[in-house]
Design a protein around this ligand. Structure first.
Ligand SMILES: Cc1ncc(COP(=O)(O)O)c(C=O)c1O
Length: 388
């Protein structure tokens, strides 16, 4: 990793310390410039005309994500956010009353709300599989919960409220062995961890642009395995996702774009493709190793500080570091860090009613590192942390 170059591509590094990459990372210059370039073209020649002129760049979005996820461009759809992508996939599954959804204790809040809504509307059952002693989904409990009435396994790969990485590929093997659809929320893992959809065994995978992929805000993506497509009927339709074949007939597209809407931010789509290419060019294994090493140094340093509790341990951890300071509320600490030009976030109990109470936690602080962060920044962070 050429740290000097990636920091040069990230001008804010000279102004502040950005440890909020799990919230929204900083876009590198090539991504930012590509976004602006297309917006300027739209202003100069018109939005439809600009899209026509940039067909190749728009198509690159699909091939860039195919390279990143090791799948085919036809298996990729653009979305406005991870939540849009996830809802498009979830609501396309024909779940029947009485069927069960198996999910993990760290499932993302909005996903779980969608389960609750559908449980209420359709009489589905939600089974939350507890975590094991390392804070990861317990595979034995998951295997034991599988039966004929399971309609979906849904997992959040890297939770937003803890630094663990769930064993998504092992879950995928169980799903495949039992012919159950598997929806993987890779919102925090995309751009941070090497993702290979065949190794993961997922049928659908969702993510956002603005986090570890360092794309623009308001962008996201959906992967749908071609073989799963016949089992998935989108709950929204327009003349982009479907063809009007006769006055009283229509057909959905035969690829993942059946989940898209016609209207979208073309600039965002082009720039998100550039962000995926940027990550691929740096090398996903390289990124994964750099982030993991930095987060591990971060946790070691935090554990040495009196009055600080780090909330994750175990063998497989992400770039998300969660902690609390005994003598200071999460919110006040975040504000104080911000006053010293250090960006972090607070993970709130109110948005994590499954996971945080089970771990005996309330609001907690979250510092999330990326490959452009440095050990010096961690040192400075620890100084500020201890300065009251
Ligand atoms: C694990 C996880 N899934 C989904 C989302 C939702 O992403 P978006 O805000 O792009 O819809 C988030 C956002 O924080 C997340 O952390």
């Amino acid at each position: 990793m050429n740290i000097a170059q990636v920091r040069q591509h990230t001008p804010a590094c000279s102004e502040l310390i950005h440890f909020n990459n799990a919230g929204a990372s900083l876009s590198p210059l090539p991504v930012h410039q590509r976004l602006l370039q297309h917006l300027t073209l739209e202003q100069r020649i018109g939005g439809y005309e600009a899209a026509q002129q940039e067909v190749a760049a728009v198509e690159n979005f699909y091939s860039a994500f195919a390279r990143l996820l090791h799948c085919r461009p036809a298996e990729i759809a653009y979305a406005e956010s991870a939540t849009h992508a996830w809802n498009a996939a979830f609501h396309a599954i024909a779940l029947q009353p009485g069927q069960r959804i198996l999910t993990g204790q760290s499932e993302y809040s909005s996903n779980y709300l969608a389960f609750l809504q559908m449980a209420r509307l359709k009489g589905l059952q939600i089974d939350v599989i507890p975590n094991d002693e390392h804070g990861r989904i317990c595979l034995d409990r998951l295997a034991a919960a599988i039966s004929d009435d399971v309609g979906l396994i849904a997992l959040t790969h890297v939770p937003s409220q803890s630094g663990v990485i769930h064993p998504a590929a092992a879950v995928g093997r169980l799903a495949r062995a039992n012919g159950i659809l598997y929806l993987l929320d890779a919102c925090q893992s995309a751009g941070q961890i090497e993702l290979d959809v065949d190794a993961l065994g997922c049928d659908m995978l969702t993510g956002t642009g603005r986090k570890y992929l360092r794309g623009p805000r308001g962008t996201g993506f959906l992967y749908v395995r071609s073989e799963a497509l016949p089992r998935l009927q989108p709950d929204r339709i327009d003349f982009h996702s479907a063809r009007w074949t006769a006055e009283d007939q229509f057909e959905f597209r035969n690829d993942a774009r059946r989940f898209e809407s016609w209207e979208c931010s073309v600039a965002g789509k082009i720039a998100l493709g550039v962000a995926a290419d940027y990550a691929t060019a740096l090398g996903m294994q390289n990124i994964e190793q750099t982030v993991s090493d930095l987060a591990s140094i971060f946790r070691q340093q935090l554990r040495r500080l009196p009055g600080i509790r780090v909330h994750e341990s175990g063998p497989s951890l992400s770039g998300i570091v969660t902690f609390s300071k005994n003598s200071e509320s999460a919110e006040s600490l975040q504000r104080r860090l911000r006053d010293s030009s250090i960006n972090t976030s607070v993970t709130r109990l109110s948005g994590n009613l499954l996971d945080l109470p089970r771990r005996g936690l309330g609001d907690i602080n979250r510092a999330s590192v990326h490959y452009f962060n440095t050990e010096e920044e961690i040192g400075r962070f620890c100084q500020v942390l201890q300065s009251t």
